[in-house]
Design a protein around this ligand. Structure first.
Ligand code: PR8
Length: 468
């Protein structure tokens, strides 16, 4: 198993093989679309989600709602049901007794949470209300399932729900949520783009949906987060009202926004290379690996242990003193994406030095032990910056300005096409049909152009791509 994995040429194989070899998730669980997190994968997941939690905890409160939703609540919002009908798992029996009221396994929790908001929200002083939970949700996906990307049990569904006095305040929250997501993905060094989804692709029950997308190595886009303005649609259905300062009863305006384990998939796919994972230092389960080098029968194990002691209070650091040869150890820890390797041999010790090797660039540098702490801090910072810059360059180079559908068709083989659109659904669907791609959504930045279908002058610019 020492051969390299070709990430770009055979992305799917690379991805599946890496998840298994590096022990992120095990897909051998005997039910389609359900995966098991290995300890290593779980540790990576935990660090990624602790960033998300810390960003949310600034002004959201964490809650925990039941997994099961009574059928009558689930069926109340007609648009919502239409959108999720074919994806819901139902619990219909308790033992052998049919349930009086079947229970849905939440595909998302609007219909679990909003009946309770009706009880929790009384007056304008209760607003804005901002809550979130990180839970498992279930969607009976019929499209090809893929670990972390399209699963039937979404194990790491972060869903936030907010309620506001006015539509405009909810819109401000949409912007704040997108800003929060951008910060989150910056911390993961994941370049991304934000668009407004076309109407036919919005969240069932929303006024409009915003989405965050990134690009995978095979040129397909991955939707890694969404933010939905729900207006008063759900509030009217679930009768969620507040008393305004004048004593009037009004419906709340709501938003909801979600992120799933796709953010872990994005980290793996965007930064990885033919040798395996490449992890940003902030989220790497092991940040530094120390490898003793044996020379002329002598090793530097004692020195390695001293360096380990010196670093272990500040960094997640491991000393690999197993019997394997250094080459085998390099291979193993490179595959696991450890950002920095410290090599120490007897000769280095005599000189009071160690060698540092970066996972992202493989650059080697000899550093005096007296300066090791500063050198490590600098290098870990530089690794994050380089990963982000490298990913951003690759991302930007794959977004192409297009005038014609032929140009768009070519562009979406490798990435995204930027093209004008009049805004009519009929033209949009025709553009999708003729390019074989999807309209991801509209960019905030406009540009004068012509719709490639009807020729009408327009300021709207959309991104088209093949999407996961
Ligand atoms: C909502 N309600 O539900 P959303 N496997 C992995 N990730 C997935 C899957 C799947 N099968 N389906 C969706 N996602 C709203 C917002 C509460 C929170 C990911 O929104 O249906 C996608 O990245 O858009 C998606 O953007 C996100 O979950 C939220 O799901």
């Amino acid at each position: 198993m020492r051969e390299r994995l070709p990430r770009k040429e055979k992305f799917s194989e690379w991805y599946n093989e890496l998840l298994l070899r590096t022990e992120i998730v095990d897909v051998r669980y005997p039910s389609k679309g359900l995966c098991v997190w290995y300890p290593f994968g779980f540790s990576l997941r935990r660090r990624i989600y602790s960033i998300l939690r810390s960003l949310l905890d600034v002004d959201h409160q964490e809650v925990l709602f039941p997994l099961l939703i009574p059928e009558n609540e689930f069926m109340k919002e007609s648009e919502h049901i239409k959108g999720f009908e074919e994806e819901v798992y139902w619990v219909t029996k308790g033992g052998s007794t049919p349930l009086e009221m079947p229970l849905a396994l939440r595909p998302t929790s609007e219909t679990a949470i909003y009946p309770m908001l009706q009880l929790w929200i009384r007056s304008h002083v209760d607003l804005p209300l901002k809550i979130y939970q990180i839970v498992n949700t279930f969607r009976y996906e019929t499209k090809h399932t893929r670990p972390l990307i399209r699963v039937r049990e979404i194990t790491s569904f972060k869903e936030a729900h907010t309620a506001h006095a006015t539509w405009a305040e909810a819109e401000e929250q949409v912007k704040a949520a997108l800003k929060l997501y951008s910060e989150f993905f910056r911390r993961l060094a994941i370049p991304h783009v934000i668009t407004k989804r076309p109407d036919w692709d919005k969240f069932p029950g929303a006024d409009y949906s915003m989405a965050v997308d990134t690009l995978m190595p095979d040129g397909k886009t991955l939707q890694i987060g969404t933010v939905h303005h729900l207006g008063t649609n759900f509030a009217e259905t679930f009768d969620v009202r507040y008393e305004d300062p004048e004593g009037e009863q009004r419906y709340v305006n709501q938003t909801c926004y979600g992120i799933s384990e796709r953010c872990v998939a994005a980290v793996i796919a965007v930064h990885g290379d033919d040798r395996g994972l490449v992890l940003p230092p902030e989220i790497a389960p092991t940040q530094i690996i120390i490898i003793p080098i044996v020379s002329k029968g002598k090793d530097a194990l004692g020195a390695c242990k001293r360096i380990l002691d010196m670093l272990k209070d500040v960094y997640r650091v491991v000393l690999d003193n197993s019997q394997e040869r250094p080459g085998a150890k390099y291979y193993k820890w490179e595959m696991k994406g450890v950002p920095l390797r410290v090599e120490i041999g007897p000769r280095d010790m005599e000189r009071g030095e160690v060698t540092l090797v970066r996972r992202d660039t493989f650059e080697r540098e000899t550093v005096a032990i007296s300066k090791l702490n500063d050198a490590i801090e600098d290098k870990l910072g530089a690794i994050h910056a380089n990963l982000y810059e490298r990913a951003r360059q690759s991302f930007d180079s794959r977004i192409v300005d297009c005038k014609t559908l032929d140009e768009a068709k070519t562009a979406i083989r490798k990435g995204m096409a930027k093209i004008s659109w009049c805004g009519e659904e009929e033209c949009g669907l025709c553009m999708e049909d003729r390019t074989g791609g999807d309209i991801l959504g509209e960019l905030a930045k406009t540009k004068r152009g012509e719709c490639p279908i009807c020729g009408k002058k327009t300021d709207k610019v959309v991104l088209m791509a093949r999407a996961y």
